[in-house]
Design a protein. Structure first.
Length: 528
């Protein structure tokens, strides 16, 4: 990255450390050093923008990269463009006008072409289609588009064939597609494991995969193309073999408007047939994301920990999720908190109708957009939920637009109206607008350094609910944490507070919030 001038460093040491908001960010630059020449000095490429996803051509003559006009997060989300650069001269060969969000950039073995994972236009929520282009300049050629899923990884198997990994609904597919567009699905992981990452060896036959299942998180697999099934190579968490797991299954249900939806249900560990159980709905963020039929237990995802405590845990892939093609992922656009969140209630009702869930003991949780859903379910849809745990969530769409680091993404991908064009619409789709009728006890958690969803969003939600005083509410801020929780202690605290809140309001005694203090005695000492 560009370094600070010595004069500025000296001024900062004297206390002149003011920040000019968003104007002081430094570009990410590319430097080249000839390691074979001990006398060689690093050479900076003078390129117009911030570089990322940098990859050498196999012949060593060309660099391919993504260039964004500025280092701001919004630009790196929405405006990265594939660019090829001559290594010798440092000059740009061609800058491609790829549409919208951008994923992998991969060279063909002969260094003539590039394959990329891209969105299909500026409004496409997630990169997930394959395009091909001539490295010296050409229009993008669609190779794999209009699919029922989203592509996650690509590699060239030879100069005519691309190997790809796709998530379709809640499963994964490995396939090949040639430059003429002929597709061959060579491995469908239905039901399990689900594969998340793919790497191709230099012999173009052996594939290394990262796979997961309901009973283990990521493990490494080996697969030889068109031969047998993938072989698991690692057992990173052998202790899991001694653990009992609740049954996990894919649930298909129908939304109130007739749309077919899917989710993943984890049953209570010691489930008794005919008995109803408290239910925790986990709403994923994005909403351009999705849950697969794999490992669904993490610090903020109740998963098997919830099953062990006697809960049903449901992960709905509501409209707007990825994994089912572009059209499905765009169904929630220009409809904040509309049919997308009705899908959550419809999932609850389906589990009640199945005779599994107790309709009076339903909790909801999620982070980011899932936190927005939790806030909405706890206010506008409060009659359906007995407890909510909101993490780094949105409560006020107007102030969210004014404080987020991705306002353009918010406009193009989600709202598709500027706040000044539909001021009342933004307000009415905000949970604080409905706070007066909120009767769902709400635990709110947020990182103090969050730039995606500013912590003031949680403060607003807390203050509105606290002021009307008709519902239990608690706000937890985590120091030195951003949009999510990275430190082990904060994650542990998050998990303990989530379950204590759910236990308190779904299993009793309810009423006033549980004590502020948390019992960390279950934390095992480190081996020293």
């Amino acid at each position: 990255k560009d370094s600070l001038p010595d004069e500025k460093e000296e001024l900062e040491e004297k206390g002149f450390d003011q920040e000019i908001y968003e104007e002081g960010w430094k570009h990410v630059r590319i430097w080249i050093l000839d390691t074979d020449d001990p006398e060689s000095k690093p050479r900076k490429l003078e390129l117009p923008g911030t570089a990322s996803s940098i990859t050498w051509s196999p012949d060593g003559n060309t660099l391919a990269m993504a260039l964004a006009p500025t280092p701001l997060i919004d630009d790196t989300y929405m405006y990265r463009r594939v660019t090829t650069v001559d290594v010798e001269t440092g000059g740009i060969i061609y800058k491609f006008d790829n549409p919208g969000k951008l994923g992998d950039i991969v060279w063909s073995p002969d260094s003539r072409r590039l394959a990329i994972i891209s969105a299909n236009d500026i409004n496409d929520p997630k990169e997930g289609e394959i395009y091909m282009l001539d490295a010296k300049g050409s229009e993008l050629q669609p190779i794999l588009t209009d699919i029922d899923g989203h592509v996650r990884d690509i590699f060239w198997a030879d100069n005519q064939t691309i190997l790809y990994l796709e998530h379709e609904n809640v499963h994964s597919i490995i396939g090949t597609i040639n430059t003429r567009g002929t597709v061959q699905k060579i491995l469908v992981s239905e039901p399990r494991p689900v594969f998340d990452d793919l790497k191709l060896s230099t012999n173009n036959k052996d594939v290394v995969l990262l796979g997961e299942s309901p009973t283990y998180p990521g493990e490494v697999f080996h697969y030889r193309i068109n031969e047998d099934n993938p072989k698991r190579l690692t057992n990173i968490n052998p202790w899991l073999e001694e653990i009992d797991f609740g049954k996990q299954e894919v649930i298909k249900y129908t939304a109130r408007d007739g749309l077919e939806l899917y989710g993943i249900l984890i049953h209570p560990l010691d489930e008794v047939e005919g008995q109803r159980y408290p239910l925790i709905m986990y709403v994923h963020g994005g909403p351009e994301a999705h849950n697969v039929d794999g490992w669904l237990t993490w610090y903020s995802g109740p998963g098997q920990a919830g099953a062990a405590k006697g809960y049903l845990v449901f992960y709905p892939n509501y409209r707007g999720s990825t994994g089912r093609g572009v059209d499905f992922s765009e169904m929630g656009q220009a409809d904040y908190a509309g049919k997308e969140f009705d899908d959550i209630v419809d999932g609850v009702n389906h589990l009640v109708d199945m005779g599994l869930a107790d309709k009076d003991k339903v909790g909801v949780t999620g982070g980011s957009y899932g936190g927005y859903a939790t806030a909405w379910c706890s206010t506008a849809l409060t009659e359906h939920f007995a407890a909510g745990v909101m993490r780094v969530g949105v409560s006020d769409l107007v102030s969210k637009f004014g404080t987020t680091d991705i306002p353009m993404e918010m406009y193009y991908i989600h709202a598709q109206f500027w706040p000044w064009e539909k001021w009342d619409w933004y307000r009415e789709r905000s949970p604080i607008y409905h706070a007066g009728k909120g009767r769902t006890p709400l635990l709110i958690m947020h990182g103090e350094d969050d730039t995606r969803v500013h912590p003031s969003q949680s403060m607003e939600m807390y203050r509105f609910l606290k002021t009307h005083g008709d519902v239990p509410v608690r706000l937890i801020f985590y120091q030195d944490e951003g949009h999510g929780t990275s430190k082990a202690a904060a994650r542990y605290d998050t998990n303990l507070r989530l379950f204590r809140w759910m236990d308190h309001y779904l299993k009793g005694p309810a009423g006033d919030p549980p004590p502020i203090e948390i019992d960390y005695s279950g934390l095992k000492p480190s081996d020293e």
